[in-house]
Design a protein around this ligand. Structure first.
Ligand code: SF4
Length: 531
């Protein structure tokens, strides 16, 4: 989940609002956390991988960051509980990691900003250095790792991370994290690493270990005080890690809580249909008890969407078999892991009407939200973690200044946060633009801000919180009032000022970093891995 930012051709700018979600220059959508990911069409991430559109929940976010407002943060997994916690001043956390393989650059700044914004909104904030991953997956030496780790931390502090309120750590120095990784590893299988990451017989054991360490990173904030909604801001290339961490969070739970309607088990689709039958029949029949066989008969003669026909057939079978048993909504607690004492404690803790079976309990007076909270509480009291699945937000990759990919290995394509300000100025002045061939054409047709790396610099960084300024640049560009020469000069000057200011703040941050509880020099040895 480290933001190793392997930026690539993005779909261009957005106007001050959202960008078009397509990219003309890239053909495929591949998601590889250690490779060079390409995202041809961000919409495919919604359809193929189940990432949800961020703009649909923007209204829920208190005082959203400009990266959210401008559509740079375009997707999420279950961010609503985090937004709700921030809005209500309830516990929440944010965590992201950085693989120290090079200098931090403006792509990483997006993630720094996302962490800091959440911290300012009241979340517990964590910035971690993924040094175990850098060593095992990238073969970085410990000396190189030390040097880059310090640089990432200085930029994070210089941009406003509050180390007194937040936590900085290195994977290699965090024993509690490594213990959690070990526990998570007990519930992760080599076969799934193969299918998720393409690991095979050549993959090093340490690389596999670094994966469970990353899973532990994402759950680590929940070890402190209590389980809490936690957001992981990353690029979409890190989504495989997020998905696995969310799965593992569930697998670690002692109890599975679900809604149920009768003594038999039903999956989510079957439950949905049985619920419909129950609602309809209980409304129609006033005080009469709804029996399973009545629900079966109703379902058999009711139209359902084609994707639910198989679920209807199996629900009808189950209901028919249950015959005269009443249909009654309830919540069910399955005991999946953990000691027998936890199950006993769960039975004790459920108030009101309940039925106890060999490995589950049905409660008739709790709603699903109350049941989940109770299950978590009992689990934590009995030696479990009670994890909440981590949430995530995804930001777009930045386009390289030379067009195409922004790559750490092509200096002209990106701006390092350590670049001399004059060099930053020169890089912007030499950047590719979305301008027309001649000034005359530009005045007539307007520029293509949506395909302009320079406009992206304004929207992602240089306009900062000033939406009006970003909009003005966009409108003037597409309206033909703004020509690229002047526009780049303005952006180059702003970039120079930003870099000078940032580097001054990095100097000031050195003292802050010295006072942080983090070892900057590792005494580890070993050549590292490469696969
Ligand atoms: Fe890009 Fe030129 Fe438009 Fe500026 S004027 S945003 S450089 S296309």
């Amino acid at each position: 989940m480290t933001d190793d930012e392997t930026p690539q051709t993005a779909d261009g700018g957005t106007g001050p609002g959202a960008t078009p979600l397509t990219d003309g220059g890239v053909e495929e959508t591949t998601i590889d956390p250690w490779g060079s990911s390409t995202v041809a069409d961000y919409r495919k991430l919604f359809e193929e991988f189940g990432i949800e559109a961020f703009d649909e929940i923007l209204d829920e976010v208190p005082g959203p960051h400009y990266l959210m407002r401008r559509g740079v943060i375009f997707g999420h997994r279950e961010y609503s509980p985090v937004a709700e916690a921030l809005a209500n001043d309830d516990p929440a956390a944010v965590l992201s990691g950085f693989m120290p393989t090079g200098d931090p650059h403006i792509g990483h700044k997006l993630v720094f900003d996302e962490i800091i914004w959440h911290q300012q909104q009241g979340a517990d904030a964590y910035g971690l250095i993924a040094d175990l991953e850098a060593h095992s997956a990238r073969g970085m030496s410990w000396d190189e790792i030390d040097e880059h780790a310090e640089s990432y931390l200085l930029s994070l502090l210089a941009l406003g991370f509050d180390p007194e309120e937040g936590t900085l750590y290195r994977q290699s120095q965090n024993r509690e994290l490594q213990d959690l990784a070990f526990e998570l590893g007990s519930n992760a299988r080599f076969a799934e690493f193969g299918s998720i990451y393409g690991f095979d017989g050549e993959t090093s054991v340490s690389h596999m270990q670094s994966v469970v360490t990353q899973m532990a990173d994402m759950l680590y904030p929940q070890l402190v005080d209590e389980p809490k909604p936690t957001v992981i801001p990353v690029g979409p290339d890190q989504d495989p890690h997020v998905r696995l961490a969310r799965d593992l969070a569930v697998r670690m739970r002692f109890f599975k809580v679900s809604e149920a309607y009768a003594s038999f088990e039903a999956d989510a689709a079957e439950r949905e249909l049985i619920s419909r039958a129950y609602q309809t029949l209980s409304e129609d029949g006033a005080d009469e008890t709804v029996r399973c066989e009545d629900a079966a008969a109703w379902l058999e003669t009711t139209e359902v969407d084609s994707e639910l026909t198989a679920a209807r057939a199996s629900a009808v079978d189950k209901l028919s078999e249950a015959g005269m048993e009443p249909v009654r909504p309830r919540v069910r607690f399955f005991h999946r892991h953990g000691p027998d004492e936890a199950f006993e404690a769960m039975i004790e803790a459920i108030e009101g009407e309940k039925r106890v079976y060999e490995a589950h309990i049905d409660s008739f007076d709790l709603d699903i939200g109350e049941a989940e909270a109770l299950a978590r509480e009992v689990e934590v009291d009995n030696g479990g973690y009670g994890f909440i699945q981590p949430s995530s937000i995804y930001h777009r990759f930045m386009t390289g200044l030379t067009g195409g990919k922004m790559s750490s290995s092509i200096p002209a394509s990106h701006i390092s946060l350590l670049d001399d300000p004059e060099e930053g100025y020169d890089k912007v002045k030499s950047a590719t633009t979305g301008g027309r061939e001649t000034a005359e054409l530009q005045r007539e047709l307007g520029g293509e801000a949506d395909d302009c790396p320079v406009y992206e610099l304004y929207a992602y960084l240089l306009a900062q919180d000033d939406d009006e300024f970003a909009k003005k640049v966009y409108d003037e560009c597409v309206g033909g009032e703004r020509l690229c020469g002047d526009c780049k000069e303005q952006a180059a000057v702003l970039m120079k000022e930003f870099l000078a200011d940032h580097q001054e703040k990095r100097e000031e941050a050195k003292e802050l970093l010295e006072n942080c509880d983090i070892e900057l020099e590792s005494d580890r040895r070993g050549p590292g891995g490469s696969h």
